[in-house]
Design a protein around this ligand. Structure first.
Ligand code: BG6
Length: 484
């Protein structure tokens, strides 16, 4: 059902994720008319004992960032805040969840027409340690009453476990309570515009079809950089490290979209089937295909142990064992406290055979998809240097979104994904078998790191990370292009 009452419950309503991402995304959806006042009620749920009004006041600052916000904006915020109610309770108390259920039912009885249904969305903006108890409470007390029709869905955030074993345990616990179509595992990178563009780019352009393989592509880099450190999240981060925080989920999802075979249709299950297949084709990671780093000053955070070896930087080469990709290294690189904030996919093509212009030393063809900031796609090409001389130069064919789609607002990842959860579209969510396959790739390496078998190399804040990573990249066959 697409209409009737809609109850969105944000569990962990006073936490960082809820305030910074979930509520602002809900506000944007409301502003664009996707959440209707006569249907929706948003419930914040957390342990803190505060009133509706206090929660609204706390959220206000996250929704109005601009001091000079217009009157319309302020009015919209105030109307939106009035759709929010707060219920305080423990994450393992049946009584407290019954209270929540009562509040939801009250809202449903006020909004539902005879043919209306009740849609209940539970967003777990919580640490995974409480997922099992919260899911159990939802299942026992808060499911949509079947005589009303409708649905109950839960949204969970990473980290989904710490390794294969813990992830499977979590999946089993949740899987006993909910069916796969009710579970939405968010990876917010799947909500980014240029990540969603990947399949269109690959499979709707004749130009790319014959080029996208080992005959033409020399190497692929998927890079995430941040120019700030763990910023007060050290305690959390130290338990996980950069591979679990970024590479095993965000970068690996992008890898799937770059490397997978063409799905038989755009149906979510067909797409996800192909993602699983390519994940299962990844060979075990070799020791020489790994460089780890830790930025100097990381351990100054009082919540980080003085002898922590947790990587804040990692570069890992994945090798795919299939007909399309054998021999092509996929370099997944992520780091905190580096020289810039940027995420991109960089596909480098092989040298031109029989290079009559002797121009290969200027650089190879590259196709770059910049996810952020300033979404863009550009191709590095060799052209004749304009002028009287017959010489060559590297140039770019550039599709910069800001210029080309001036005036089009690119939605926030969370906004798009929450809308999908309401619509029941699971394409941009991680399926259980995908999750398992992704942990299978990284678990042996993570266990070695946890045992201290790999040392994180120190690097300066604001640098490119350890020099060893660039050396590994060169060894993998990446040729630095000059002039861009
Ligand atoms: C989160 C990580 O998943 O992604 C953070 O936990 C990271 O460490 C963030 O900062 C980056 O997201 P974005 O959308 O700002 O690139």
């Amino acid at each position: 059902p697409e209409n009737g009452s809609l109850s969105i419950v944000v569990l962990g309503a006073s936490g960082d994720l809820a305030k910074k991402k979930t509520f602002p995304a809900l506000f944007n959806l409301y502003k664009q008319g996707f959440l209707l006042e006569n249907e929706v009620c948003i419930f914040g749920y957390a342990r803190t004992k505060i009133t509706d009004e206090e929660l609204r006041n706390r959220l206000h600052g996250y929704l109005v960032k601009d001091k000079d916000a217009s009157r319309e904006q302020l009015e919209a915020v105030s109307k939106f805040l009035h759709l929010i109610k707060y219920v305080s309770g423990a994450y393992d108390s049946e009584d407290d969840f019954r209270l929540l259920d009562k509040e939801i039912s009250k809202h449903e009885s006020l909004t539902n027409t005879a043919e209306g249904s009740s849609r209940r969305l539970f967003y777990l903006a919580l640490p995974p340690s409480v997922y099992p108890s919260v899911s159990k409470m939802i299942k026992t007390t808060c499911m949509t009453k079947s005589d009303l029709g409708g649905w109950t869905r839960i949204v969970v955030e990473k980290p989904f476990g710490k390794d294969l074993e813990s992830a499977e345990e979590l999946s089993n616990q949740i899987g006993e309570l909910f069916e796969e179509p009710q579970i939405y595992r968010i990876d917010h990178y799947l909500g980014k515009e240029l990540v969603q563009n990947m399949l269109v780019l690959r499979f709707a352009n004749r130009m790319f079809l014959p080029l996208w393989n080992r005959d033409n592509i020399a190497n692929v880099q998927i890079v995430f950089k941040e120019d700030f450190g763990t910023d007060g999240r050290g305690g959390y981060f130290d338990q996980y490290g950069i591979i679990r925080d970024i590479i095993q989920n965000h970068l690996l999802q992008i890898f799937c979209l770059v490397a997978m075979e063409k799905p038989i249709s755009v149906r979510p299950e067909h797409i996800r089937d192909e993602k699983v297949k390519v994940l299962e084709s990844v060979l075990p990671i070799k020791d020489e295909d790994i460089v780890l780093g830790q930025y100097e000053g990381y351990r100054d955070d009082p919540t980080v142990p003085d002898n922590s070896n947790t990587p804040t930087f990692a570069s890992v080469i994945l090798r795919v064992h299939n007909e399309r990709w054998e021999g092509v290294p996929f370099i997944l690189k992520a780091g905190k406290a580096l020289e810039s904030r940027k995420a991109d996919i960089r596909i480098q093509f092989k040298d031109v055979p029989g290079d009559i212009f002797k121009c290969q030393k200027q650089g190879r063809n590259e196709f770059v998809i910049r996810l952020q900031p300033s979404e863009a796609m550009y191709m590095k090409l060799t052209v004749k240097q304009p002028g009287l001389e017959m010489s060559t130069v590297q140039s770019e064919l550039d599709l910069s979104y800001r210029q080309r789609y001036n005036g089009v607002t690119i939605p926030e990842a969370y906004e798009r994904l929450i809308l999908d959860t309401i619509r029941g579209d699971q394409q941009h969510f991680v399926r259980r078998d995908e999750l398992k396959a992704s942990w299978e790739i990284f678990t042996p390496l993570l266990h070695k790191i946890d045992k201290g078998e790999f040392k994180s190399i120190p690097y300066k804040q604001g640098s490119r990370g350890p020099a060893e990573a660039d050396k590994m990249l060169e060894k993998a066959g990446y040729v630095q292009t000059h002039g861009y």
